[in-house]
Design a protein around this ligand. Sequence first.
Ligand SMILES: C[S@@+](CC[C@H](N)C(=O)[O-])C[C@H]1O[C@@H](n2cnc3c(N)ncnc32)[C@H](O)[C@@H]1O
Length: 227
Amino acid sequence: MNGPSRVLRAAFKLGLQLTTPLVSRCFLVGYYFRRPWYTFLGAHLSQLPVDMHIYQELIFRTRPSFIVVTGVDQGGALLYFASMLDLIKADPAHLVVGIDIKLTERAAALHHPRIRLIEGSSTDPRVLERVKSMLPPGTGMVALDSDPSRHHVLAELRLYREFVGVGQYLVCQNTSLGHLIPVFKNRGRLAAVRDFLKEDDRFVTDTDIWKRNLISLHHRGWLRRVR
Ligand SMILES: C[S@@+](CC[C@H](N)C(=O)[O-])C[C@H]1O[C@@H](n2cnc3c(N)ncnc32)[C@H](O)[C@@H]1O
């Protein structure tokens, strides 16, 4: 590479590094104001399409034996995960388990052979026992998106981490509010992720996975188990 193009590339890289946080913040402000309505096969999901694309890559790459989701709401994310397992021709025993404190009518009406639903709080020991009894052998992926308070999310991270194998992902969703609004830095999900990473060095934040898109709702919440 000759001199001028090396300088240009370095300048471009620096520009990108400086502008990414700004672009990301501007996007999040717009997103939270507009709260766009996304669907998958007709079922609503509160997820960005770029984040769902990342999930698709992770499912293909890590081939989880199951996917556990806390916070189901309308169930679109569950349907998406189950359809991805179909697309990668996962074993029919490989499941998606969704837990919600109050299942919506739409979620309860979901029909897919891989989807199982549990009504109850995600941190209730009886719910956890039911999850364990439903799961096939192996390890999987977990996506946490229920009660956003710091203590609840930390409790979920501690309870659900054992389902995740080395190389697989424990995703604490919607950490981006903490990134955007200072008051949420020490209250909600982002704070819980910080607490969790201090006590469990088997997990690291995978930032590269979303930075190429400039935006994500889950920011520091993409946690990869490394040992
Ligand atoms: C943001 S919505 C989930 C959105 C969903 N993950 C999606 O992608 O569309 C949060 C859900 O968490 C549920 N929830 C709140 N507290 C809970 C708890 N302690 N245990 C389980 N679910 C809970 C709510 O009932 C609500 O349906």
